[in-house]
Design a protein around this ligand. Structure first.
Ligand SMILES: Nc1ncnc2c1ncn2[C@@H]1O[C@H](COP(=O)(O)OP(=O)(O)OP(=O)(O)O)[C@@H](O)[C@H]1O
Ligand SMILES: [Mg+2]
Length: 450
């Protein structure tokens, strides 16, 4: 049953509205002041508020602004007396659904209330649908770094701590951000993403903070910014290292004060959004070059997270490959596909400069290009993936350990190949115990074919 809050200082009006609404089958409650209205909204959930403009104490407009700043606010219909029409118009600009004039027409009141309830239902349905459409957020991989990542997410997701995610392009930063949101108490509210690198410099403030109609050429309507959309939920600032210094200082102020003023506006809006930022730049280096504010860095970097490049957890390549094969076979309405161990070997030898995204693209491509193939072989893989194995140089590795591991891996794969995959014979050739070679292959992510 829809629940309506009636806010008016005149008992007579409250009483007659209550009667009319209850006759229509609505539940209702009453408040005689702005303060009482806000208190009621914190205790119970309402679909619509009928709010008198003139109230003693906190007036109707101020109450309206506080309501609009709440997470998932009810629709507000303003009630205006004689001569307050202009104020009522201002109220609709501040986000009121509509306004009613005194003396109240019962018909009009009921129509507006019904429309406001419908509008709110639509808004909620829309929100639910959007949540359902969110991309899947399974983090695939049983390697040590992926397990550690899942564990860290589980520990810090329930806190409100700000997170800064580091990682090369395509490693899964956004996936991690969504996983954090979905494992947090904010999971039913919005996850809003802003790609700071993709939005032109002169539009980013309006994107983040919204703007008032007419505040700059082209601002033909009020616009809600992403900070406000993420109220109660999480705001993902993607590629935060690409924000200009000017925008950085406005973001910093917003984080410090938990409120901001829209472009061209004069009233601050309160926000409560968990900030998850990501970057593929070395922000400390950007600070030393004067491109990034140190104070903002410390605000954002409460919980640092780092997503490793795929070349550092290649043992996940087989699992990721099968995961994407399943995903794309289903997406393109095709029966399940398999891939040969041979082809997997090729995929594991490649260095994946574009990380998991590149692997995902390769799999999508082979699924599309080979509609009738049930089992993919080496020959189905794109040439780039084949070439890379032999082209790698020592300069691609950041540590001696990685370089040595890569060399050992290539060497063992070559010897295995020469011995047709026979582990015992390869161990003999290499002068190793079979069990030793077996362990080494496991640690280097080489699949054992028995
Ligand atoms: N461990 C993983 N398991 C499953 N899918 C993954 C994994 N890591 C990444 N992906 C997938 O790879 C693609 C790229 O990941 P994502 O967009 O999160 O990367 P990113 O680090 O944000 O990249 P960019 O820096 O380019 O924005 C996405 O489709 C994502 O779902
Ligand atoms: Mg991304």
């Amino acid at each position: 049953m829809p629940n309506i809050l009636i806010v008016d200082d005149e008992a007579g009006i409250r009483r007659s509205l209550k009667g009319v609404l209850e006759d229509e089958g609505y539940a209702s409650a009453q408040a005689e002041s702005g303060e009482a209205c806000l208190e009621a909204l914190h205790k119970n959930s309402f679909d619509v508020v009928l709010l008198d403009i003139w109230l003693p104490g906190v007036d109707g407009l101020e109450t309206l602004e506080k309501i609009r700043a709440m997470a998932n606010p009810p629709e507000v219909i303003m009630i205006s007396g004689h001569g307050t029409i202009e104020t009522a118009v201002r109220a609709t600009k501040l986000g009121a659904y509509d306004f009613l004039e005194k003396p109240l027409s019962l018909d009009k009141t009921l129509i507006l209330v019904k429309n406001a309830i419908d509008a709110r239902r639509l808004r909620e349905e829309n929100r639910d649908l959007k949540q359902k459409l969110l991309p899947r957020t399974v983090i695939v991989g049983d390697s040590v770094p992926m397990k550690a990542l899942r564990q860290e997410i589980q520990v810090m997701a329930p806190t409100n701590g700000r997170v800064l995610i580091y990682g090369e392009s395509g490693t899964g930063k956004e996936l991690v951000a969504r996983a954090i949101h979905l494992q947090s108490p904010r999971k039913n509210e919005m996850f809003v993403e802003v790609n700071c690198a993709a939005i032109p410099e002169d539009l980013i403030e309006s994107e983040l903070f919204g703007h008032r109609k007419g505040s700059f050429p082209g601002a033909s309507q009020d616009k809600e910014g992403t900070f406000q959309k993420a109220h109660g939920g999480s705001l993902f600032l993607d590629e935060v290292g690409d924000m200009s210094l000017k925008t950085q200082s406005k973001v910093l102020r917003t984080l410090e004060e938990q409120r901001f003023i829209p472009v061209g506006g004069d009233q601050p809006i309160t926000v409560d959004a968990r900030i998850i930022a990501s970057t593929n730049k070395d922000l400390e280096e950007e600070i030393s070059k004067g491109n990034f504010r140190e104070d903002l860095f410390y605000r954002l970097n409460v919980i640092p997270f780092s997503v490793p490049p795929l070349r550092e957890h290649k043992e996940d390549v087989p699992q990721l490959t099968r995961h994407f094969l399943k995903e794309f076979s289903a997406a393109y309405g095709r029966r399940p596909r398999d891939i040969s161990d041979d082809a997997i070997e090729v995929l594991m030898r490649y260095s994946w400069p574009g990380n998991v995204r590149e692997l995902r693209n390769v799999i999508e491509r082979i699924v599309i290009m080979n509609p009738t193939t049930v089992r993919f072989e080496r020959k189905h893989l794109p040439p780039l993936v084949h070439r890379d194995g032999g082209r790698r140089t020592g300069a691609d590795f950041s540590t001696l350990h990685q370089a040595r591991a890569a060399y050992e891996r290539d060497y063992i794969l070559k010897k295995l190949d020469e011995n047709h995959g026979n582990v015992s014979r390869t161990a003999e050739v290499l002068g190793l115990e079979r069990s030793h070679l077996y362990r080494k292959m496991k640690s280097l992510g080489i699949a054992v074919k028995e």
